[in-house]
Design a protein around this ligand. Structure first.
Ligand SMILES: [Zn+2]
Ligand SMILES: [Zn+2]
Length: 164
């Protein structure tokens, strides 16, 4: 792991972008007088060496980089992460064993199942191990609890029917 590569190597020299001598060549979207070096991987705009922001071997333009950071789409720039796997896991494991919680397992299991389905594809974060097995266990437990409730409701329905 290289924690501070700049400590040994010093900052990398920035490139200013070549001046566009041949007008038939593509120019940078942000600098019409500079030669295009790479297209942005997100929006496809041509970028000069100055506008080319490299992140995880992807080339991004400055606006896509700031947009991606704001919306949390770039995993490398993520600073916060909600542990939906732990939330779903706790929602299925804790309520059945608490005195009052057991009556609410219909709602907690539904919520856990929704979390498993909706947040299954949440991107992983480099510093945080994000295990799918918590989602799998939570999903199975939630289904078991919902099936249990369905059976209870079915038996209550049968019991009231035969009484008449
Ligand atoms: Zn872009
Ligand atoms: Zn440029």
């Amino acid at each position: 792991m290289r924690a501070f590569p700049a400590l040994i190597h010093g900052p990398r020299a920035g490139a200013a972008g070549e001046i566009l001598a041949d007008p038939t060549l593509a120019a940078c979207f942000f600098h019409p007088t500079r030669k295009a070096a790479v297209p942005c991987d997100a929006c496809g705009r041509f970028l000069c060496a100055l506008c080319d922001c490299e992140l995880d071997s992807r080339h991004l333009c400055p606006s896509c980089l700031s947009e991606g950071k704001k919306k949390g789409r770039l995993d490398a720039l993520r600073v916060r992460h909600t542990r939906f796997d732990n939330m779903a896991f706790l929602l299925t494991v804790v309520p059945p064993f608490t005195l009052i919680g057991a009556y609410f397992t219909f709602f907690t299991a539904s919520a856990a199942l929704w979390l498993v389905v909706a947040k299954w594809r949440t991107p992983r974060q480099a510093l945080l191990p994000y295990n799918r097995w918590r989602f799998v266990v939570a999903g199975l437990l939630a289904l078991a609890q919902l099936v249990g409730w369905a059976m209870v409701i079915y038996f209550i329905f049968l019991a009231t029917r035969f009484r008449r």
